[in-house]
Design a binder for this molecule. Structure first.
Ligand SMILES: NC(=O)c1ccc[n+]([C@@H]2O[C@H](COP(=O)([O-])OP(=O)(O)OC[C@H]3O[C@@H](n4cnc5c(N)ncnc54)[C@H](OP(=O)(O)O)[C@@H]3O)[C@@H](O)[C@H]2O)c1
Length: 257
């Protein structure tokens, strides 16, 4: 891997990369591959055999909290149709992440510390997004035909498609029981190392546009800050580990970064 230290004077891109590298060590996403792999930082871990319920426990509140809020709301529960669809989209993502995704991952055990903070975040965010959509948001009856709703919905679905497909490609890299890392190939991995992260970020920015709400924009921004640096770390790891890693592949945004 080439060092990211800036060369003297004339390389502003080098300065940016070095600054990002230093800053990203302290961002929430820096716990990606390196921290999970490091015996020094990993802390207590759940045994590998019970990895699947980790996602179930962490992400479940993001599905359950809005679903409960909705059930507790006296009728009319969610009007108009656009608002109902938005709430369903949020729940659908977390239904997938809680009940489907864990059953097709082949990963290492998660540090307990991450599990704890992940669960706290999901409770908070599930409540924030659910409460806003169910109790606070007011949309016109024709919100479904508004350009913000339609373009946001398209972005959400596109991002979700990329995210699910990329996670599937990652899963296919390992045989059962394997824990080694390989070079991801195909799909959006042709262009970026963090294809699954890119999909997730597009998805939540799409959601933010479709809901046109501050909580959703805040969540999209949080997602970017959380998994953007993780994609960058993965990218550096690949470059350092694999001499034949495609040089034209970017970290997170195709052709750009
Ligand atoms: N919205 C948010 O703020 C947020 C935050 C975090 C995650 N997420 C989403 O949750 C999902 C999982 O996140 P993550 O950070 O666990 O993703 P990840 O590091 O890419 O890992 C996903 C799975 O693929 C395996 N894997 C990754 N790279 C591999 C390679 N090169 N060769 C073989 N196997 C590989 C991992 O194994 P290991 O476990 O052994 O590394 C893990 O089981 C993603 O879709 C992400 O977008 C969202």
């Amino acid at each position: 891997m080439r060092p990211v230290t800036p060369r003297s004077g004339s390389d502003p891109g080098g300065h940016c990369r070095a600054a990002l590298s230093r800053a990203s060590q302290h961002l929430p996403g820096a716990e990606g591959r390196q921290r999970r792999r490091s015996p020094l930082t990993g802390g207590s871990r759940l045994p590998a055999g019970i990895r699947r319920p980790e996602h179930l426990r962490t992400e479940l509140p993001s599905f359950l909290v809005p679903a409960l809020l909705l059930a507790l709301r006296s009728p009319p529960r969610l009007e108009p149709l656009g608002c109902r669809l938005l709430c369903c989209l949020f729940c659908w993502h977390y239904f997938y992440r809680t009940f489907i995704y864990p059953f097709f991952t082949r990963g290492r055990p998660f540090p307990l510390q991450l599990l704890f903070f992940g669960t706290l975040f999901c409770i908070y965010n599930g409540f924030l997004q659910g409460y806003y959509l169910i109790y606070c948001a007011e949309y016109p009856n024709d919100w479904c035909t508004d350009i913000r709703f339609t373009s946001g919905l398209l972005l959400f679905l596109l991002g979700m498609g990329i995210n699910i497909h990329s996670d599937l490609l990652l899963r296919q890299l390992r045989k059962p029981g394997e824990v080694t890392y390989k070079i991801p190939q195909g799909g959006l991995f042709t262009y970026v190392s963090g294809a699954n992260y890119f999909g997730e970020i597009v998805e939540w920015f799409g959601f933010a546009i479709a809901t046109w709400s501050l909580p959703a924009f805040a969540f999209a921004f949080f997602t970017l800050c959380c998994i953007g640096p993780r994609a960058y770390h993965h990218h550096r790891y690949y470059l350092k580990t694999f001499t034949d890693y495609p040089k034209s592949r970017k970290a997170l945004i195709p052709f750009v970064f």
